[in-house]
Design a protein around this ligand. Structure first.
Ligand SMILES: Nc1ncnc2c1ncn2[C@@H]1O[C@H](COP(=O)(O)OP(=O)(O)OP(=O)(O)O)[C@@H](O)[C@H]1O
Length: 265
């Protein structure tokens, strides 16, 4: 199994230590050979992706690199076409998003979905429905954490963009994930909101693994200890966050591919 993780079809050896990979196999999320295509366009072709407990793993890359597709496949919101996903040693490739959420894989969305008829509190209740009898935290406590306690009775659809993002995070947290997948959580946030987000994410328990897709490098710098760089659906490189962020080739990738100048922020 280890060999699979050390070989990349593009010839880029992963820098993940075998001990990390072993940990992920026993008690984490492991994807191997994920390929995804829309029609004839292959948008993801990833040899391996591992998330061990407590990881703070950022996935970066220019627009269209396949980052959201990867999260969708890990969360089960998109069906796996090729490849395999295991979680805590159990094959979950064919399991749907609701099953995965109940089992501990939570996510937020690049474009949060808001139910027009539900209050903020009810949305969080829905997120934690499978833990309603023995929640680690009540929905009201989760709202307190994300700073939305004063908005509990408000219709979710009336929230500002920044508050919708916080609600999306609250819904995910109410599900008591062991792996939290975050799709551009800082997109469109003000500086104050971003700083609040960093406080919230920085305060997450150490056992919770976080996978962060993000263009804002300051957010990545604050949270990630490991970075995978995707380009055209493939793993361009991965490694410790400081090393990858300092790599001139990574900055060039953003600028050269017509992405924003995120690598410099
Ligand atoms: N439903 C779809 N139908 C066709 N093509 C799609 C669909 N969803 C995504 N794509 C394409 O797949 C590729 C990867 O998209 P994806 O959203 O995963 O990239 P990304 O790295 O998350 O980009 P961004 O940073 O812009 O959000 C893009 O070329 C995108 O246009």
């Amino acid at each position: 199994m280890k060999t699979v993780h050390r070989i990349d079809p593009a010839g880029v050896p992963s820098q993940r230590l075998p001990s990390d990979i072993d940990r992920a196999h026993g008690n984490g999320l492991v994807a191997t050979g994920l390929r995804h295509a829309y029609g004839r366009l292959t948008v993801l072709d990833l040899d391996a992706f591992t998330v061990a407990p407590g990881d703070r793993h950022a996935v970066i890359g220019p627009n269209g690199a396949g980052k959201s597709t990867l999260l969708d496949l890990l969360a089960g919101t998109t069906r796996v076409q090729a490849g395999a996903i295991t979680y805590n040693g159990q094959v979950i490739t064919r399991r749907g998003a609701a099953w995965r959420a109940r089992t501990g894989i939570g996510r937020t969305f690049q474009h949060p979905i808001v139910y027009p008829d539900l209050t903020v509190l009810d949305c969080v209740r829905m997120g934690g429905w499978h833990h309603r009898h023995h929640p680690d935290r009540t929905p009201a406590e989760v709202l307190e954490i994300v700073g939305l306690a004063d908005h509990a009775g408000q219709l979710a659809v009336t929230l500002s963009h920044g508050h919708r993002r916080m609600l999306d995070l609250a819904v995910a947290l109410a599900g008591q994930p062991r792996v939290l997948l975050l799709d551009e959580p800082a997109a469109g946030l003000t500086d104050t909101e971003t700083s609040r987000l960093l406080d919230i994410l920085g305060g997450l328990p150490g056992w919770m693994a976080v996978v962060l897709v993000e263009h804002h490098m300051d957010v990545v710098a604050a949270l990630a200890d490991w970075i995978t760089v995707l380009h055209n659906g493939r793993r361009r490189t991965d490694g410790p966050a400081d090393t990858v962020r300092a790599d001139p080739a990574v900055a060039a990738l953003y600028l050269g591919a017509g992405g924003d100048d995120a690598a410099h922020r």
